[in-house]
Design a protein around this ligand. Structure first.
Ligand SMILES: Cc1ncc(COP(=O)(O)O)c(C=O)c1O
Length: 431
C-alpha cells in the first residue's frame, strides 16, 4: 500500500523547480523567501476531489484556513469553489477580504464563545460546529439575538487519536464530546438539547481525526461513532457529515495516496447512507494535504564549520520560519542549489539554523539531496506550504520573510512583501 514513488518525492515541487528560477528569486528578493505554487495547489485540490468522487452523495471540499491564510492562496481556493473551514473570527475576516464569501465557512471554533458566534453570524456564516454544552447555549443565544435559525453540526470526539510519525494511539479530550458519557457532556446530550431549541437545527455531525493520518481505520472508527449515535434516533435527519483533517503528506516516509485512504472511508460512508435511507452531504476538511506540497522555503548557507568529523552548515533561517521542525520534529525534504561538487554523506552534515537555541537544527531525511553544500549556496526546504508561514516569529528581531507566488502562467508575484526592520521595530512599540 505504501507508495515508493511518493517516498522518493517524484513530482514533488522542490525537485521540479529549476535552479535558475530559485537563484534568480534569491537575487531579486533576498533570502530566506517562501515560494507558493498555484499549479500545485490546484493539482492537490483535484486529487482530493477525485479521491472522494466515489461517494454516492454530494461532496464539498473545505479548505482549512489555519494551514495557510496568505490572501493570494485563499483566492485560489475561492476560485476552486471550496468552502472554508474557519476557527476564528479573524480567519473569517481574511476569507471575507480575500474571497468575499466568509459566509461559505464551516465555523469550528475551539472556544465557542457567545461573542465570536455573534460576530460570525454578522459575517453571514450559516453552518456552525459545536463540541460543548456551553458552546451550544452560546450559539443558541447568538442565533436568538440575530433572529435566525442556525444550522449546527455536533462535534464528536472519535476517542481514538493519532500522533503523526508514530503508531501510538491516544485519547485527546480537547475537541468535541464522546457519543455517550453518563457523567459528562456527550453527543447524546448535545443532540437532545439542540433538538429542543427553536433557534438551532441539527444538520449532522463533525469529527476531526488528527493530522498526518495514514490509517483509513481512523476515519472509519469515527463514522462508526456517528452511526452509534444516530441508530436509535430515527427522527434525526442527518443532512451533513463533515470529516476533518488528516489526509497525509509525504515528508520523509511512504504514505498511502488520497485514493488509498478515501476508498474505505467512502465505502463506510456509503454504507451509512444506505442505513439512513439518504446520502448526507459530505464535507471533507483538509489543510495540510491541500497546501503543504505547494510551498518551499529557500535559505542561504552563511557559514560552514568542521567539528569532530561533522560538517555544520549555518543557514540564514531557523525554526522561527519552520516551527514544525521543532514542534513535531518535522523532517522536510531538502535540496542544495546549485547542486554539484559531489554528494555529501547526510549522516555527517548538520543543517543548523541561525537561532541561539540548540534545538534549531533541521533533520535530514531520506528524500533530501545534499550535493555540493557550500557557503553562498541555497538550501531549499520542500513541503512547507502548511503550518509554516502562519507560525513566523520575530525571534532575534527577525522580520517575516516574503512569500512569493508563482501563478498559473508561471509568473512570480509578491504575495507578502518582506517585512521591513522598521515595521517590526514599530510593531514592537518602537517609535
Ligand atoms: C477541525 C479541523 N479540521 C481540519 C483540520 C485540518 O487538518 P489537516 O491540516 O491535517 O488537514 C484541522 C487541523 O487542526 C482541524 O482542527
Amino acid at each position: 500500500m505504501l507508495r515508493e514513488e511518493v517516498l522518493r518525492g517524484k513530482g514533488n515541487l522542490i525537485f521540479k523547480l529549476s535552479e535558475q528560477l530559485l537563484l534568480e528569486l534569491a537575487d531579486s528578493y533576498g533570502t530566506p523567501y517562501f515560494l507558493m505554487d498555484e499549479a500545485t495547489i490546484r493539482r492537490k485540490a483535484e486529487e482530493l476531489r477525485d479521491a472522494y468522487s466515489i461517494y454516492i452523495g454530494k461532496v464539498s471540499i473545505a479548505y482549512s484556513v489555519k494551514a495557510n491564510f496568505t490572501p493570494r492562496v485563499l483566492k485560489v481556493y475561492g476560485e476552486e469553489g471550496m468552502l472554508f473551514d474557519t476557527a476564528t473570527v479573524e480567519e473569517l475576516y481574511f476569507v471575507e477580504r480575500a474571497v468575499g464569501r466568509a459566509s461559505e465557512s464551516v465555523y469550528t471554533s475551539v472556544t465557542q464563545t457567545y461573542e465570536e458566534f455573534r460576530r460570525a453570524l454578522d459575517h453571514g456564516v450559516r453552518l456552525f460546529v459545536v463540541g460543548s454544552m456551553r458552546g451550544l447555549w452560546n450559539l443558541e443565544r447568538a442565533a436568538d439575538r440575530a433572529g435566525r435559525k442556525v444550522d449546527v453540526l455536533i462535534r464528536i470526539n472519535p476517542e481514538v487519536g493519532y500522533r503523526p510519525n508514530s503508531k501510538r494511539f491516544y485519547l485527546n479530550g480537547k475537541f468535541g464530546v464522546p457519543v455517550r458519557d453518563p457523567s459528562g457532556e456527550s453527543g447524546e446530550k448535545l443532540v437532545e438539547s439542540a433538538s429542543r431549541s427553536s433557534s438551532l437545527r441539527i444538520r449532522g455531525f463533525h469529527f476531526h481525526v488528527g493530522t498526518q493520518v495514514t490509517e483509513p481505520e481512523m476515519f472509519v472508527n469515527a463514522i462508526d461513532r456517528i452511526e452509534e449515535l444516530v441508530r436509535s434516533r430515527s427522527w434525526l435527519d442527518v443532512g451533513i457529515v463533515d470529516i476533518g483533517g488528516g489526509m497525509p503528506v509525504s515528508y520523509d516516509y511512504g504514505i498511502p495516496s488520497a485514493r488509498d485512504i478515501s476508498r474505505s472511508v467512502v465505502e463506510r460512508l456509503n454504507e451509512l447512507a444506505r442505513r439512513l435511507g439518504r446520502a448526507p452531504d459530505l464535507i471533507v476538511e483538509s489543510g495540510r494535504f491541500l497546501v503543504a506540497e505547494a510551498g518551499v522555503l529557500a535559505s542561504r548557507v552563511l557559514n560552514i564549520k568542521n567539528y569532530s568529523g561533522k560538517l555544520y552548515a549555518y543557514l540564514d533561517t531557523g525554526y522561527h520560519n519552520l516551527l514544525d521542525a521543532v514542534l513535531v520534529r518535522q523532517v522536510y525534504p531538502v535540496r542544495v542549489v546549485p547542486a554539484g561538487g559531489g554528494s555529501t554523506n547526510k549522516r555527517r552534515v548538520v543543517l543548523a539554523g541561525m537561532l541561539c537555541d540548540m534545538d534549531d537544527v533541521f533533520p535530514l531525511g531520506r528524500m533530501s539531496i545534499i550535493s555540493g553544500l557550500d557557503i553562498g549556496k541555497l538550501v531549499v526546504f520542500g513541503n512547507v506550504g502548511a503550518y509554516s508561514t502562519v507560525f513566523n516569529m520575530p525571534f532575534h528581531s527577525q522580520p517575516k520573510p516574503p512569500i512569493l507566488f508563482r501563478n498559473g502562467d508561471g509568473n512570480v508575484e509578491v504575495a507578502r512583501p518582506r517585512e521591513s526592520l522598521d515595521a517590526l521595530y514599530r510593531e514592537e512599540g518602537g517609535y
